[in-house]
Design a protein around this ligand. Structure first.
Ligand code: FAD
Length: 377
């Protein structure tokens, strides 16, 4: 029996993959119900391929919005790179889907049998012996299982026990995310847009017929908080040089729907597992969000872990899992960290823009292909 801790994107997808391959599991989540923040998420073709394999792609398409064009542009909307996702669609069968996180988690959790999830069951710690893993929960109960899968996110209690030296890094950037029913110009309906200004960024994507999400990133210091009274005016000031739609989106978002987060990741750790415990998703390899791949990598983890367990080709399942996933995940964590630095260049921004404008399409396609391909090459 496998215990999966955390019913986020990674834990729920693992449950569905175990269900499909008849691997016995039980999922434990500390919140009483779905714990999704009010923001959008992009699901790239590599994530969608897993959901097709799980038979829930149509439900996800229905709940989200397809992104057929991804543009990085200047603050006044002059494209730096512009990638038509039709090519990706032709090659992989899908373009990216933008979806509200709560909608995604609703689709995932409704496909997991109710008897296999315990809500309101937070893990406090575990004890690993040669025979079993004993789970100690916050409600003072215990249970024992054969294996423990940690899908409990970037602040994983399991990772803190397994790899106590692991470190969270602040990227030097802070992000606000908003969801609004403001009606975008039609040209934006199926377009993922990220604009780079002077040490600031702003991104827009439509999530469904009546919801649009945006994010705003600035250089900052960690652990600061917002004055809710002045938040919108403060943001409007930071983005005053941006194209009108940016200001319209900020002005038309309810302050209660604006979230602030410091942009952090997990400094890569060398080993994700012990004999009976394995880290998955953000618990093992949280990345900055600059490539929109953190969730997709958790989803890929779920797919490969389930397949490796079910194939029973090796005794050392978790070592094989890390071996399969480590190179791609590390390359995304490192590239995403670097992208964040480049996007916020002050001095040198015009050179950066020139380099991006003249970047050959073949180079962009090659990078996209590497990220979007699911099968190990
Ligand atoms: C600003 C921002 C934008 C992003 N945009 C994208 C994007 O566009 N595309 C993309 O693919 N990724 C994106 N990501 C990354 C993505 O959100 C994460 O990589 C993803 O949510 C990781 O999933 P997870 O299941 O590993 O962890 P989480 O989603 O954090 O889920 C962890 C779950 O574990 C539960 N839990 C925690 N501790 C315990 C415990 N002790 N006991 C029981 N349960 C517990 C939590 O309540 C939660 O439900 C973004 C991240 C940020 C910050």
């Amino acid at each position: 029996m496998y215990a999966i801790i955390g019913a986020g994107i990674g834990g729920l997808t693992t449950a569905l993959a175990f269900e499909k391959l008849n691997i016995p599991y039980h999922l434990y989540e500390k919140s009483d119900a779905i714990n999704a923040i009010g923001a959008g998420i992009w699901l790239a073709p590599n994530a969608l391929k897993v959901y097709e394999w799980l038979g829930i792609l149509d439900q996800i398409k229905e709940a989200g919005n397809s992104i057929n064009r991804i543009t990085i542009a200047t603050a006044d909307l002059k494209p730096l790179t512009d990638s038509k996702q039709d090519e990706a669609k032709e090659e992989y069968g899908y373009s990216t889907i933008a979806i509200h996180r709560a909608e995604l988690q609703k689709v995932l959790s409704k496909n997991v049998p109710k008897t296999n999830i315990s809500w309101g069951k937070g893990l406090e710690s575990y004890t690993e012996t040669t025979e079993e893993v004993i789970l100690q929960f916050l409600d003072a109960t215990t249970t024992s299982v054969n294996y423990l899968i940690a899908a409990d996110g970037i602040n994983s209690v399991i990772r803190k026990q397994l790899v106590p030296e692991s470190e969270i890094r602040y990227s030097g950037q802070t992000c606000w995310r908003g969801v609004t029913n403001f009606k975008l110009p039609v040209d934006f309906n199926h377009r993922g847009l990220e604009m780079w200004g002077k040490q600031t960024r702003f991104g827009i994507s439509k999530l469904s017929k009546d919801k649009t999400s945006w994010f705003a990133v600035v250089k900052s210091k960690p652990f600061l908080t917002d004055n809710k009274e002045t938040l919108k005016d403060d943001l409007l000031k930071k983005y005053e040089d941006y194209t009108t739609v940016v200001k319209d989106l900020i002005a038309n978002t309810d302050t209660s729907n604006i979230l602030r987060n410091d942009i952090i990741d997990l400094k890569p750790i060398k080993k994700w597992y012990s004999n009976k415990v394995c880290l998955l998703g953000d618990a093992g390899h949280a990345t900055t969000p600059n490539m929109g791949q953190g969730g997709a990598q958790a989803i890929e983890d779920a797919y490969f872990l389930a397949k490796i367990i079910a194939e029973e080709k090796t005794e050392n399942t978790f070592a094989e899992f890390q071996n399969t996933r480590y190179k791609k995940v590390s390359s995304i964590v490192n590239q995403s960290w670097l992208t964040g630095k480049v996007a916020h260049l002050g001095f040198g921004a015009s050179i950066r823009n020139m380099v991006f404008r003249s970047m050959p399409k073949s180079m962009i396609d090659k990078k996209m292909h590497y990220i979007y391909t699911l099968d190990k090459e």
